[in-house]
Design a protein around this ligand. Structure first.
Ligand code: PLP
Length: 393
């Protein structure tokens, strides 16, 4: 049996049509298959590889930490230097109120931890979430996922979750003194890029403060420079009570985090003691990789170049078959008339050496989220190739 057959037989599938490319190497913005064909990565592993693949500084940090120690003990018991240094670095880059970092293994776990923290701090249980939102696939995160299609088969889920429409007054009106937390992506990713209105996000902050509900921002996809600022919320003048990070946080290694004030986070210490436990959360190798990746991101000022690159996408990705182009930094949703058209373009892009796909809740939009290290020249090349793929329809 070849690897494709073994993959389909033994690696559990939840997609009826996985892309099933087999890469042997990845470096910078490229992934390479066994035949040596190079593919430009237009997904960045869903905003994981913001500084590209296998950056030498990240590889070195991983190798050195793996050689020093890997797993020692469950999270939070020993002083593990990579965790400590990465937590300090993140805290220095965040508003003062977001100073306590709980490292977990994934985005979904960050969501779970944040919802528990909000319940513990407020003593309330109602959660407000948004339609077309994605926060992970575990049962709690699934409960706040913004699509009945995905929730329905797995009921019963968490009780007391209300789903509202993003950017609406109704959503604000739904927040009351019963609400433990409101969980929102700062930019909705899987809806095919839906940005908040600034005034709405500010009103959301005010309503949470007024009612005592905690505001959770999920920047698992939007964080680490993707939208043109290190954290997307910086562009809206709003600070959440709890911030969720994942994906690029680990620099290519598995890592998630929920981040809040020391005062709130300390409530997980008692009643009950060990209010949240994880064996592998904040794995030292993941923390070393994440810190090295963040240093590369900051040293190269890649976030500062995002806006200019976004402008190129806006100017160049124009074609009669493209019905709408939505961007949020170096992150674009290219909307076609149907999933069928989008699928054809994506297939053509892959043939032409570009890896891309569609959005979970918006199958007629194609994703363009290349690593932030993509040069201006390479952005032009991507635009040339995408327009050529669309013209081949
Ligand atoms: N939140 C957002 C916005 C995401 O895009 C994702 C993953 O795609 C998650 C949460 C869940 O992260 P993970 O797949 O690491 O559990």
């Amino acid at each position: 049996m070849n690897n494709r057959q073994l993959f389909l037989r033994h690696v559990a599938q939840t997609s009826p049509a996985p892309i099933a490319l087999e890469m042997v190497r990845a470096e910078g913005i490229y992934q390479y298959d066994a035949a040596g064909k190079a593919y430009i990565d237009l997904i960045s592993g869903f905003s994981v590889c913001n500084i590209g693949h296998s950056h030498p500084k990240v590889v070195k940090a991983v190798q050195e930490q793996a050689a020093a120690y890997m797993h020692l003990i469950v999270y939070g018991e020993f002083i593990e230097t990579p965790q400590v240094h990465y937590a300090k670095m993140l805290a220095d880059l965040l508003p003062a109120s977001l100073s306590s970092i709980y490292f977990v293994n994934s985005g979904a776990e960050a969501t779970e931890g944040a919802m528990k923290l909000a319940k513990r701090v407020t003593g309330r249980s109602q959660i407000i979430a948004f339609n077309n939102a994605y926060h992970g696939s575990t049962q709690g995160a699934l409960s706040v996922m913004g699509s009945e299609y995905w929730r329905n088969a797995f009921r019963p889920l968490l009780p007391g979750v209300l789903h509202e429409n993003y950017n609406t007054q109704e959503a604000l009106d739904a927040i009351t003194a019963e609400t433990a937390c409101v969980i929102a992506e700062t930019v909705q990713a899987e809806s095919g890029l839906n940005k908040p209105n600034e005034a709405w996000l500010q009103a959301l902050r005010c309503k949470c403060t007024e009612t005592g509900a905690l505001l959770i921002f999920d920047e698992i996809q939007a964080g680490f420079g993707r939208t043109g600022s290190l954290w997307a919320f910086e562009q809206y003048g709003v600070v959440p009570d709890i911030l969720l990070l994942g994906k690029a946080l680990g620099g290519g290694m598995p890592l998630g985090a929920f981040i809040s004030s020391k005062e709130f986070m300390d409530q997980l210490i008692q009643d009950p003691v060990l209010g949240h436990i994880t064996t592998f959360g904040g794995h030292p190798v993941s923390c070393a990789a994440g810190k090295a990746a963040l240093e590369v991101l900051l040293d190269g000022n890649f976030t500062g170049e995002v806006q200019a690159k976004e402008k190129i996408l806006q100017e160049r990705l124009q074609h009669p078959a493209i019905l709408q182009l939505r961007t949020a930094g170096l992150w674009a949703a290219v909307e076609f008339d149907s999933f069928e058209t989008n699928h054809k373009v994506i297939k053509r892009c892959i043939e032409m050496g570009m890896v891309t796909d569609w959005f979970l809740f918006n199958a007629s939009s194609m994703r363009i989220a290349p690593p932030l290290i993509t040069t201006t020249e390479q952005i032009h090349e991507i635009c040339d190739r995408v327009i050529a793929a669309v013209s081949d329809l």
